[in-house]
Design a protein around this ligand. Structure first.
Ligand code: ADP
Ligand code: MG
Length: 423
């Protein structure tokens, strides 16, 4: 995939209407009160919005939020599948479920952050949105309703994409968290408008794309997290590119078991043992250094107050489970990071949510914070771990898209990026 895409800086937007796809899928209070509990994603969109307004554009922003059921028929079907009594499934309840996923609270917060009015449309491509878009002046911001209120959104319906495109003259995509989905508002619209990236996507392409396509070597990939099965694509792709691949987290135990090690009650995917062995063989054939844990911190249960002991890798006693990498492994992994040119990290080294098993993840985060290497963090939990441990501002780049960054590292084509104009 070509990561060299035109950005907002490469197009003239003065006096034009710009359809801007944002990721405003923010967490909301569970009580339906419309309170946004974390506005990080709205703040992240400000540089692109402010740039566009500064250039004299009129901004028509759009985003999805949550997973609304777009039609009453599908709502009835879904509720019935969930085992709900048909008599209690009403149109009123469906409408309420939609209202809770309205972007109106986002418009309010965005307006506060921008210090200017944000006009809210009552629909996505309906009469209200069309009228408000038509009347929009340079310097004004309109926010369309939740794109998933339209059933064509997730189906990438060309009719919906065209209707959205018809309101504007340029399309800017800045929703990195959604670029792995080929939806009408993330990819389809690009068939009808000149399409470029905003600053958020540009940064992701520069750093992750740069590290994959033309890394400063040696490139060290640190891969952890829970399961081998969710990381096969990432392991496989990074074995093609990296000089060193480091395995930690829960998936290390399937590698250990595949070699004949004793892993007790550790996380284990029997079906993936052959794959683990294949990856070891692939690394050897390619001359990639593959590092596996040499020791393990185990608990006698999966709990914060578990009894703890450290054992050699492959020697976990019955009744115990590996929940973190051990101190010798930490030393080995941190040494590998020290002289790296680039480090890509995806997946915690242990169950960092429990203090007793956070040391491995913390040590790796600290090592990354000290190296001169370009450091790139991908994956939702890895980003959370780095934030939680207080190292966020020491990293070169923390990806804003969980699923999207994983697919990026898997080397997959991202539809929301592929649709943008090449430089
Ligand atoms: P990411 O979201 O960064 O891609 P994953 O979702 O793959 O990461 O994995 C994160 C989860 O893996 C964390 O919740 C962590 O507790 C869990 N994990 C890490 N090591 C282990 C382990 N040894 N046993 C069980 N779970 C683990
Ligand atoms: Mg995760």
């Amino acid at each position: 995939m070509n990561y060299n895409k035109k950005t907002v800086m490469d197009v003239d937007v003065a006096g034009k209407k710009v359809l801007l796809r944002c990721d405003f899928n923010v967490p909301m209070a569970k009580d339906g009160s419309g309170v946004i509990t974390d506005d990080k994603r709205i703040r992240a969109a400000l540089p692109t919005i402010e740039y566009l307004l500064g250039q004299g554009a009129a901004v028509i922003a759009c985003s999805h939020m949550g997973k609304p059921v777009a039609t009453f028929d599908s709502y009835v079907k879904k509720q019935t599948e969930k085992g709900k009594d048909p008599a209690t499934i009403t149109e009123e309840k469906w409408r309420k479920s939609l209202a809770e996923l309205s972007l109106a609270p986002v418009a309010k917060r965005l307006s506060e952050l921008l210090g200017r009015e944000v006009i809210m449309a009552a629909d996505v491509v309906g009469e209200d949105a069309k009228a408000k878009a038509a009347a929009l002046q340079p310097g004004q911001v309109l926010l369309l309703e939740n794109t998933r209120f339209e059933k064509g959104e997730t189906k990438n319906d060309p009719k919906l994409a065209k209707a959205m495109a018809d309101m504007a003259e340029v399309y800017v995509s800045d929703a990195f968290g959604a670029v792995h989905r080929a939806h009408a508002s993330t990819a389809g619209v690009a068939d009808y408008l000149p399409a470029v990236s905003g600053f958020l996507i540009q940064k992701e392409l520069d750093f992750i794309g740069g590290a994959l396509a033309n890394p400063k070597r040696p490139l060290v990939a640190i891969l952890g997290g829970s399961k081998v099965s969710s990381k096969i694509g990432v392991i496989n792709n990074l074995l093609e590119i990296a000089d060193t691949v480091i395995i930690g987290g829960g998936m290390a135990y399937t590698f250990s078991a595949a070699k004949g090690g004793k892993i007790g009650n550790s996380l284990f995917e029997a079906d993936w043992q052959d794959y683990a062995n294949e990856m070891v063989a692939k690394a050897a054939a390619k001359g990639v250094k593959l590092l596996l844990p040499v020791d393990t911190v185990c608990g006698d249960k999966f709990a914060p107050d578990a009894a703890v002991q450290t054992v050699e890798a492959g020697c976990i006693p019955d009744g115990w489970e590996g929940l973190d990498i051990g101190p010798k492994t930490v030393e080995l992994y941190c040494a590998a990071v020290k002289d790296a040119g680039t480090v890509i990290w995806n997946g915690p080294m242990g169950v960092f949510e429990f203090a007793a098993f956070a040391k491995g993840t913390e040590a790796v985060a600290e090592a990354l914070s000290k190296t001169d290497a370009i450091t790139i963090i991908g994956g939702g939990d890895s980003a959370a771990a780095v934030q939680q441990l207080g190292y966020a501002d020491k990293m070169t780049h923390i990806s804003t898209g969980g699923g999207a960054s994983l697919e990026f590292m898997e080397g997959k084509e991202l539809p929301g990026v592929a649709c943008l104009l090449d430089k």
